[in-house]
Design a binder for this molecule. Structure first.
Ligand code: GLU
Ligand code: ZN
Length: 321
């Protein structure tokens, strides 16, 4: 597959001037480590509504690169659930597990430009040196084989603008960190593949959970390093079970119900700040249509977390944190 791409220079120019933006392309990028739960439904719904309210395309990408965390059958289960909830995607689903050549090409180019080095530090070493990686191995010339590979951070991002969170400030040590692009176990790191994919799929708008605010700074620095145009980012509140802990299998977030999607979809809209009319909706299609026409990104809650307590299949309680 090709990495050299795709955008016309004159498009880029117009984009920069804001007069004729690229056609909107959003995406939902679940990791198939389990079925969809309420938290991932919120992320899917927010990105879907933002795309559709902007007459854009909405793609789905399976982030199945982290093979030890992939659960067999989960990717199909996620797609079945999205369909049951009326969240129909555009185009073909992309699977990261089938794109190793693309990621390797980009990594090779970074290596060739001497922007990558091997690091032998263990978590224990890093902890003993103060808890964050201080670019310790940058000049050490360790062997690549069997070691983690880090990107030389040449474009640290200390702040960026988020569509909902406003100006986001990034701690110095995170902004300056030479983060890992290929893991010691040989797997490509999320930070690398997410940027390569968002560029290659021509994503213009990313809407996702606020747990990814700090990773966004790293991704923005890689967009710069690779000379890619960065998309626009919007981070919606993360659904948490308790402060700091996102809903997940570990804290027993149940899979959402495919046979009766309306209650969870209504709850996900309420989570996102919608006030629904008294009128009853017969199916997810009519509800989504209503939601698209009432979507206003400026009226979404801009907390970083909202605690979710599910009282019954129909009743959820939300506490902004
Ligand atoms: N796969 C990531 C997750 O499920 C999301 C990545 C992204 O939206 O950039 O947390
Ligand atoms: Zn090291």
């Amino acid at each position: 597959m090709h990495t050299s791409q795709v955008r016309h220079p004159e498009h880029q120019q117009l984009h920069a001037l804001g007069s004729s933006p690229l056609p909107y392309r959003g995406r939902f990028a679940p990791s198939p480590s389990g079925p969809l739960h309420f938290g991932s439904l919120v992320a899917a719904l927010a990105s879907y509504l933002d795309a559709k309210a902007n007459h854009g395309q909405w793609l789905v990408r399976m982030e199945d690169i982290d093979t030890p965390r992939v659960v067999p059958g989960a990717a199909d289960a996620i797609l079945t659930t999205l369909d049951a909830y009326g969240l129909h995607w555009d185009g073909q689903v992309v699977y990261q597990s089938q794109r190793h050549d693309l990621y390797q090409d980009v990594l090779d180019s970074l290596v060739k430009e001497q922007n990558v080095y091997a690091c032998i530090c263990t978590r224990k070493h890093i902890k003993a040196r103060g808890g964050y990686y201080d670019n310790h191995c940058r000049a050490k010339n360790h062997h690549f084989d069997g070691n983690a590979l880090r990107l030389k951070q040449r474009f640290p991002i200390f702040e960026f603008h988020d569509g909902l969170q406003g100006q986001v400030h990034i701690p110095n040590d995170i902004a300056r960190e030479d983060y890992i692009v290929k893991r010691r176990d040989g797997l490509f790191a999320y930070q690398l593949v997410v940027v390569v994919d968002d560029h290659q799929q021509e994503i213009t708008h990313i809407v996702r959970g606020a747990d990814l605010l700090e990773p966004t700074a790293r991704q923005l620095s890689l967009f710069k390093q690779l000379n890619y145009t960065a998309p626009h980012f919007t981070h919606v509140p993360l659904a948490v079970a308790t402060p700091g802990f996102k809903l997940s299998k570990q804290n027993h977030a149940p899979a959402i119900d495919n046979s009766k999607p309306l209650p969870a979809l209504v709850a996900a809209l309420e989570f996102l700040g919608f006030t629904l009319p008294q009128a009853h909706f017969d199916d997810v299609e009519t509800l989504l249509k209503w939601a698209i026409s009432h979507y206003d990104v400026t009226r979404l809650p801009n907390n970083k977390e909202i605690q979710v307590v599910q009282k019954s299949t129909e009743r959820y309680e939300f506490t902004p944190l």
